[in-house]
Design a protein around this ligand. Structure first.
Ligand code: TYM
Length: 329
């Protein structure tokens, strides 16, 4: 079976963007692939976190993974910091990743502009740790949203460089990006991606948010003055973003959506999009809440996951240690 690895940072409440761009597509892959889904807590501390909040977000995210259809019997669900091989291979790959290539990463440029008082080394070498996450499992595919494509590309470059020096060690992974939903935009500034670090609370919808709050945010979503539901991301970014969300939530095509709302005002359209998202997320929110009431079950899931993940990861790590010339213990 081919292998998949992906991950999400437990840096806050999961957003509708992460759900549509990533998690929603993961559950369907379990039959065809060997799937490893991580909680990237080590990446999260590149930005300051409140420790108790990080713990809470991590546990909630384990529950949300399961509630989104990731059966822990069929998928390996684990926390990055529970598998030391990530830090260990991360260091090795730091030494095979160039200052220049890290400097070109758009996410580093964005995040260092936003966190000018904390441009730490971890924020800079973040893509090398992400490459370790992927390469440890010899993953074939990495299902992510469009914003992570550059990080999968640098992972391939690092792997190619290492393989070139030491012979075949790492499999080269391909990004797996959805056709629709790869870039969910902010509801209030549709030229920016929807993000939990957005300062405007109305721009971002959270996976576990209450229905009335979701509906209110969609009601306030920015559109335009044309009063026509038509897909045109360049001229109508707000409406096109809402169409994209509605398309993924309902499975309808853009043409069907255009016909459905021909002659209607944006009010009806925004209400319909909001309702479709509420219905999409409702079972996940309810199941997440149910799972969070049983912490010992969640613990058993991530402990078993770490054990399975470590077994695979250590095989790659041992190969790498040998190749670079570390003395065996
Ligand atoms: P993160 O935590 O920022 O985002 C998690 C996933 O959600 C996708 N995503 C979006 N997709 C569409 N529209 C949006 N507005 C949106 N916002 C987020 C992201 O593309 C991503 O797939 N570095 C990664 C985490 C990571 C990882 C890995 C991923 C660490 N190691 C190894 C894959 C493989 C990150 O910060 O994602």
């Amino acid at each position: 079976k081919k292998r998949i690895l992906s991950g999400i940072q437990p840096s806050g409440d999961l957003t509708l963007g992460s759900y549509l761009g990533a998690i929603k597509n993961w559950a369907a892959l379990a039959d065809e692939y060997d799937c490893y889904y991580m909680l990237a807590d080590m990446h999260t501390i590149t930005v300051r976190q409140v420790p108790a909040e990080l713990r809470r977000h991590t546990l909630t995210q384990v529950a949300a993974y399961i509630a989104s259809g990731l059966d822990p019997e069929k998928n390996v669900l684990f926390v990055q910091s529970h598998v030391p091989a990530h830090a260990q291979l991360g260091w090795v790959l730091d030494c095979y990743t160039m200052f220049g290539e890290l400097s070109r990463m758009t996410q580093f440029k964005d995040k260092s502009a936003k966190n000018a008082d904390n441009i730490n080394a971890g924020l800079f070498t973040y893509p090398a740790l992400m490459a370790a996450d992927i390469l440890l499992y010899q993953a074939d595919l990495v299902p992510v949203g469009g914003d992570q494509k550059q990080h999968v590309e640098i992972c391939r470059d690092i792997a190619t460089r290492f393989n070139g020096i030491y012979g075949d060690t790492f499999k080269l992974p391909d990004p797996y990006i959805p056709q629709v939903g790869a870039r969910v935009m902010s509801l209030t500034s549709p030229e920016k991606k929807m993000s939990k670090s957005d300062k405007d609370p109305n721009g971002c919808v959270y996976m576990l948010e209450k229905p009335e709050d979701i509906l209110r945010k969609f009601k306030k979503a920015v559109t335009d003055s044309e009063a026509c539901v038509r897909f045109d991301p360049a001229d109508k970014p707000g409406v096109s973003n809402l169409m994209q969300i509605y398309a993924v939530a309902t499975g309808k095509s853009f043409e069907t959506i255009e016909q459905e709302f021909a002659g209607h005002g944006y009010g009806d359209f925004k209400q319909a999009v909001g309702e479709s998202v509420v219905e999409l997320l409702r079972p996940i929110r309810e199941e997440t809440e149910r799972l969070l009431a049983d912490k010992s079950y969640l613990e058993s899931v991530y402990r078993a996951g770490a054990e399975k993940a470590a077994y695979v990861a250590n095989r790659t790590l041992n190969k790498v240690y040998k190749k670079v010339g570390f003395l065996p213990r």
